[in-house]
Design a protein around this ligand. Structure first.
Ligand code: C2E
Ligand code: MG
Ligand code: MG
Ligand code: MG
Length: 290
């Protein structure tokens, strides 16, 4: 009888469930299995100095290989957070990436590493300790690590998040605002936040040369960053004219498919080795940009 009631309840409830909710629940249990079966991988996208084309660092990007399709992070990070998996998963990404970059640095390749963090990851108990431990265990110097957070992280519940990020910054870790220009961070506030780098959202870069307002806004962000003593990275560079305009604006750094796509560690290594053969100098690894 109870079973009948229970079954009945599910039947009544199911039609009201939004397809998205069902999908999220399914994703949640798939993710649990994915972690156990090691279906996750870290890719690295090079970031270059736009004046010299030298690779200054790489951004770690999480990949989920479900069968032979790659599930976009934007689809599974939300569900991973809801099922409590994002913290262990994020910790795994950080360690994998730190280990790889520490190894490259031992080969005298002077590059930095950026890793993305959500508000929930930063709010997790022992967040500061876990980042410090990852650095300690992999031998990556704190100065070589940048944490990327979106504007909301510093505005919502700012007190605790800012305090935690400041504690890491005291160790030498750098802080970047990701997707800059799309969130709510007020300009007045920006000068007071413990920030080192701003990453211009691709939606601005996309309009470079074709949209007057977006071009003006990009130029303004580049200048703002410079005036505040911050490093500016333009994200989503896909076309040569975007690269040209960013160079003309004196935007210090860039990242995008035109520069280099996210790639697995061995590909980054072979890219570097090829460049080392032709250029000779370790630590000076230019990409053949137009
Ligand atoms: P993001 O941190 O802003 O990362 C940049 C995204 O832009 C990446 O997408 C990258 O593949 C993509 N991208 C780079 N260059 C271009 C370009 O020229 N054109 C276009 N159209 N796209 C470009 P991806 O890897 O799908 O990641 C999406 C977002 O997922 C990231 O945005 C980040 O917010 C989040 N994410 C990825 N990995 C992690 C992770 O390990 N932890 C956390 N918390 N979030 C992550
Ligand atoms: Mg990022
Ligand atoms: Mg971004
Ligand atoms: Mg983004």
């Amino acid at each position: 009888r109870a079973k009948e009631l229970g079954g009945g309840r599910v039947e009544v409830f199911a039609p009201h469930m939004h397809a998205d909710v069902v999908r999220r629940l399914e994703l949640g249990s798939d993710l649990q299995r994915a972690l156990a079966e090691e279906q996750f991988a870290v890719e690295f996208q090079p970031v270059v100095d736009l004046q010299t084309s030298r690779v200054t660092g790489v951004e770690a990007l999480l990949r989920w290989w479900r069968g032979n399709e790659s599930v976009p992070p934007e689809e599974f990070i939300g569900p991973a957070e809801e099922s409590g998996l994002m913290v262990p998963l994020g910790d795994w990404v950080l360690r994998e990436a730190c280990r790889e970059v520490a190894r490259w640095r031992r080969d005298a390749w002077d590059i930095g590493l950026s890793v993305n963090f959500t508000a929930r990851q930063i709010g997790a108990p022992r967040f500061v300790e876990s980042v410090a431990a990852a650095l300690e265990e992999t031998g990556l110097p704190p100065q070589a690590l940048t944490l990327e957070v979106r504007e909301e992280v510093l505005v919502e519940d700012a007190g605790q998040n800012v305090a935690r990020l400041s504690a890491l910054r005291d160790l030498g870790v750098r802080l970047a605002i990701d997707d800059f220009g799309t969130g709510y961070a007020s300009l007045a506030y920006l000068g007071q936040l413990p920030v080192d780098i701003i990453k211009i959202d691709p939606s601005f870069v996309a309009g470079l040369g074709s949209d007057e307002t977006l071009t003006l806004l990009t130029r303004t962000i580049v200048r703002l960053g410079r005036d505040l003593g911050l490093t500016v990275v333009a994200e989503g560079i896909e076309r040569p004219e975007q690269l040209e305009l960013l160079r003309a604006m004196d935007c210090p750094r860039g990242q995008g498919f035109l520069v280099a796509r996210p790639m697995a560690a061995p590909r980054v290594e072979s890219l570097v080795r090829t460049n080392l053969r032709t250029q000779g100098l370790p630590g000076e690894v230019p990409l053949p940009l137009p």
